[in-house]
Ligand binder design. Structure first.
Ligand code: ADP
Ligand code: MG
Length: 343
């Protein structure tokens, strides 16, 4: 055994990156969340070679102050929470202060930003093992652009796990779609190798929202989807559920959001599956885009680094509410096929 030493900051960040940065899609998820947290109304993504060569996310959000910039790229640095209690009511998508540090430790990252009323914009790069940030003035409209090049160039073991350009891009596109369905008021555009893939304008009315849904989930889903909106016991469930006549062979069209955050939660999946159980053939999967809203303190989002899992304070009530709401909706549509269940 050799002596105990502190890891150098880049290595420490690279190890932490293992948890949040699995592939280009995870980078896009973190960058989109940051843009949304900054209050962006328009977000443009430029991708090259499935995101391995380049991921560029440009937003028109609040930007970062010059003296905050070095911190933005360091680990455990965040503007979103400051005391433990903040976690209980956290409304932002981020709060761990790890994403930019992690991403910059396994790529060539350049962040350019400018705030309303500031004379000049600034760019920040972090290079070298000590992760020291190099600042330079740069022209940039209000907002922030993050460029991530050559993902995993310095971690060959990670790079080896990447799939084909097409597969990586598909994962990445899925992340963009998810976020696009979480914020209809924000415009999203996605380009891949110079070609426009999605261009989604901000959608205010329900009609425009449904147009975005059709663009993201396909027109067939939209034609067969029912809009629902129910509220009870401090919970609200709204969104679109496909009729049993539109089922899928895979569970690939299931979007569930808790307070605006996309989640894949076992309790939720179970509640929805139960509600559809009697109206779908065995082996078929329901399609839905659903939003659950509840008091922030009633749900813990700090369960997993990617925040895809949540823990409800009263899981049973949440499960029952989702199940009952959907079961009733489906029963109203197909009274002949949904046997009434005892309350
Ligand atoms: P977290 O999002 O958990 O706070 P990040 O590492 O993702 O941690 O970001 C660190 C900080 O950098 C954020 O708290 C925020 O203040 C700032 N930041 C990152 N991206 C943006 C952006 N697009 N616009 C404005 N500020 C940003
Ligand atoms: Mg973040």
């Amino acid at each position: 055994m050799t002596k105990i030493r502190l890891l150098d900051p880049r290595l420490a960040n690279q190890i932490a990156a293992g948890e949040v940065v699995e592939r280009p899609a995870s980078v896009v998820k973190e960058l989109l969340e940051n843009s949304l947290d900054a209050g962006a109304r328009r977000i443009e993504l430029d991708i090259e070679e499935g995101g391995v060569k380049l991921i560029r996310v440009r937003d028109d959000g609040a930007g970062i102050a010059e003296d905050d910039l070095p911190l933005a790229l360091s680990r455990h640095a965040t503007s979103k929470i400051s005391v433990l209690e903040d976690l209980e009511s956290v409304a932002s998508l981020g709060f761990r202060g790890e994403a930019l540090a992690s991403i910059s430790s396994v790529s060539r990252l350049c962040l350019s930003t400018s705030q309303e009323g500031s004379v000049s914009g600034w760019s920040a790069r972090s290079e070298g093992r000590d992760m020291e940030t190099v600042l330079a003035p740069v022209g940039h409209p209000r907002g922030t652009t993050v460029e991530v090049r050559d993902l995993f160039f310095n971690t060959p073991a990670r790079r080896k796990f990447l799939r084909t350009e097409k597969t990586e891009f598909n994962h990445l596109e899925e992340v963009v779609k998810r976020q696009a369905l979480s914020r209809y008021d924000v415009g999203f555009s996605l380009r891949h190798n110079g070609r426009a893939v999605h261009s989604l304008k901000p959608a205010d009315s329900q009609l425009e929202q449904e147009r975005r849904l059709a663009a993201v989930c396909g027109p067939a889903f939209m034609e067969q989807a029912l809009f629902i909106d129910r509220e009870a016991v401090g919970l609200r469930l709204w969104g679109w559920v496909a009729l049993p006549s539109f089922s899928r062979s895979q569970a690939d069209l299931q979007h569930f959001y808790v307070n605006g955050r996309y989640v894949r939660d076992r309790l939720v999946v179970h509640a929805v599956r139960q509600a559809y159980r009697d109206v779908l053939f065995h082996g078929r999967h329901p399609a839905f885009v659903l939003y659950l809203e509840l008091a922030p303190a009633a749900v813990d989002v700090n369960v997993h680094p990617t925040k895809h899992e949540v823990r409800f304070r009263d899981g049973r009530t949440v499960h029952d509410f989702i199940f009952r709401t959907l079961h009733k909706v489906l029963a109203d549509v197909r009274p002949d096929t949904v046997p009434q269940q005892a309350a």
